[in-house]
Ligand binder design. Structure first.
Ligand SMILES: Nc1nc2c(c(=O)[nH]1)N[C@H]1C(S)=C(S)[C@@H](COP(=O)(O)O)O[C@H]1N2
Ligand SMILES: [Mo]
Length: 198
């Protein structure tokens, strides 16, 4: 149950609007070298592959416009993101039957997990532009995942690997007590049960 009702029904319960863009992450902002950067697709698929920076930028670009929500209670409206459709990149990997989950792997050992269906919508991008400008390094530039339907910890900054699995495998915050599903409209912020409980 939410502790209080927000007055603005267009943002999820318990959230407050911000016009800024807060920065939240563990560790340092990693260095980016366009010559050696790779995005790897691996795990349970017939066609594991990797994209270089130039290859990623040569993919058709799509845009998504909408609101983002952080578990620390800020929401930001009317954000515009440009990048590559995640679904199109998943299709190229030719998933084996039985794939149920995806783990996003980023620099600094950051990971986050989701059921694959949660990531196949038109709103899910490998994003490299925010509000018309290259994504800033502090926000995950050059490339981050965008899964805007869910709390923002499910969108890994500095994404470098996408792993396909036939089981769930909790990520960095999920093993530390964040909710596994992270739907802001249901206020799925933290798990009720400590992760050591099983
Ligand atoms: N690689 C990486 N991605 C990350 C994080 C992180 O620590 N490392 N933090 C997550 C969390 S908890 C949030 S709220 C958002 C914050 O994104 P922002 O700094 O662009 O607002 O990034 C998410 N992605
Ligand atoms: Mo967060």
């Amino acid at each position: 149950m939410p502790l209080f009702k927000t007055k603005d029904p267009s943002i999820p319960p318990g959230q407050t609007l911000t016009t800024g863009f807060p920065v939240l992450h563990v560790g340092d902002v990693p260095q980016f070298d366009p010559a050696t950067w790779r995005l790897r697709f691996f795990g349970l698929c017939e066609n594991p592959y990797e994209l270089s920076w130039d290859q990623l930028r040569a993919e058709p670009a799509v845009e998504w416009h909408g609101d983002i929500h952080c578990v620390t209670r800020w929401s930001k409206k009317n954000t515009t993101w440009r990048g590559v459709s995640f679904r199109s990149l998943v299709e190229r990997a030719k998933l084996k039957s039985g794939v149920t989950h995806v783990v996003q792997h980023a620099d600094n050992e950051y990971t986050t997990n989701l059921p694959i269906e949660a990531m196949l919508g038109d709103d899910c991008l490998i994003a490299y532009e925010f509000d018309g400008a290259p994504l800033e390094p502090i926000h995950g530039g050059p490339v981050r995942m965008l899964v805007p339907k869910l709390y923002f910890w499910k969108s890994a900054k500095w994404i470098k690997g996408i792993e396909f699995l036939d089981r769930d495998q909790k990520g960095f915050w999920e093993v530390r007590g964040y909710h596994n599903e992270a739907d802001p409209w249901k206020e799925e912020r933290y798990s009720d049960v400590p992760s050591w409980f099983g």
